[in-house]
Design a protein around this ligand. Structure first.
Ligand code: NAI
Ligand code: MG
Length: 334
């Protein structure tokens, strides 16, 4: 039976870049069936809701989702759709790999780092309030659990083992945030003992930022809590030429959502200008998750060759072609 993928084209450039990824998956012989679902502004227009129940059902039913960027309207009290999805499906692991490609704005060659961010706890648990009688003070609470820390650290070590990686670095601030970050670090040290085949390293978050910029080659897999992971994963994207070259996966027990990490780029929407690489890289992550390593490699090689030879690349990559030409250059190599 062929795997059905829930496809959420999303807003702005979403439909164009998702279409590009689907054509590439088909040409590479992946044999998927697709169930399309709406979310974001397009869903608000059609169904009166940013995240209609039939979309949630489709995500749950098929287990695997490929998603374009979604616009969360500013004002009107809408909560972020991405945050809602993570909470609803318990997508506790945010996996953000970065790899440098020649011919891009990557600052280094040979960058190959995966950041694994805990996606549901920590500073982003939404606990906080204005205090003092006149509301002139504010406080927010970071909440982490032992089980949440253990789950994300095990996830990182299991991924490292599965993908033949050598080292996991736990990033923390346990010297100052003794309770929360302290718990994360203690759990990471414990879990590391179960994986003697993988090197374990620990590093304070501020020093990590400096070292990522100065000598990124010392990193392999990074695991960290929610806030630090949010920041570090974008820093890593900057090392390889920006969010246009960075994919992300949100993984839970039952569902996984693979996505481009940039937004809906309203300034270039509908103009055939978007670079679809991020969502193509997200599809590659999806194939690896499904154990389809051969197809993943085939698509990655084609994408890499197009970018590195500058054959029909988009403007942001220094070329002067559109989404469809860029996609065709990849299809030609498949
Ligand atoms: P953005 O990522 O959409 O755009 C920032 C800049 O990067 C723009 O100049 C845009 O043209 C360019 N850009 C982005 N992706 C590109 C691509 N694939 N090819 C070429 N250029 C690209 O960020 P912005 O403008 O802050 O957000 C726009 C909307 O996207 C907002 O409504 C925001 O809420 C939403 N958003 C959604 C995300 C998601 O669904 N994962 C993530 C971030 C933002
Ligand atoms: Mg972020």
């Amino acid at each position: 039976m062929s795997q059905t993928i829930t496809v959420i084209p999303g807003d702005g450039i979403g439909p164009d870049i998702i279409e590009s990824a689907i054509q590439i998956l088909d040409k590479a012989g992946c044999g998927f069936t697709y169930e399309y679902a709406d979310a974001g502004l397009v869903a608000l227009d059609k169904h009166g809701e940013l995240l209609p129940p039939q979309t949630l059902e489709a995500i749950e039913r098929n287990g695997i989702t490929l998603k374009g960027p979604l616009t969360t309207p500013v004002g009107g009290g809408f909560t972020s759709i991405n945050v809602t999805l993570r909470k609803h499906f318990g997508l506790y692991a945010n996996v953000r790999p970065v790899n440098s490609f020649k011919g891009t704005k990557a600052r280094y060659e040979n960058i190959d780092i995966i950041t694994i961010r805990e996606n549901t706890e920590g500073m982003y648990s939404g606990l906080g309030q204005r205090t003092a009688e006149d509301g002139s003070e504010a406080e927010a609470m970071s909440k982490v659990t032992r089980s949440g820390c253990e789950r994300i650290v095990r996830f990182a070590f299991d991924l490292a083992r599965r993908e033949g990686r050598k080292k996991v670095t736990a990033v923390h601030k346990a010297n100052i945030l003794k309770t929360t970050s302290g718990m994360f670090l203690a759990v990471a040290r414990e879990v590391a003992q179960d994986y003697p085949d993988i090197q374990f390293d620990e590093m304070i978050v501020d020093a990590t930022c400096m070292k990522l910029v100065m000598s990124p080659e010392i990193f392999d897999v990074i695991v960290t809590t929610n806030l630090f992971g949010d920041i570090i994963s974008d820093l890593c994207a900057g090392l390889v030429g920006g969010l246009g070259m960075a994919p992300g996966a949100n993984i839970g027990e039952k569902c996984a959502i693979f996505e481009a990490v940039h937004g809906s780029a309203p300034d270039i929407a509908g103009q055939n200008l978007a670079n679809p690489s991020s969502v193509i890289l997200a599809s590659i992550q999806m194939l690896e998750h499904l154990g389809m390593q051969e197809q993943a490699k085939k698509i990655l090689n084609a994408l890499r060759d197009v970018i590195e030879t500058g054959d029909r690349t988009t403007r942001d990559l220094g070329g002067n072609h559109g989404t469809t030409d860029f996609t065709q250059a990849i299809l030609d190599r498949l």
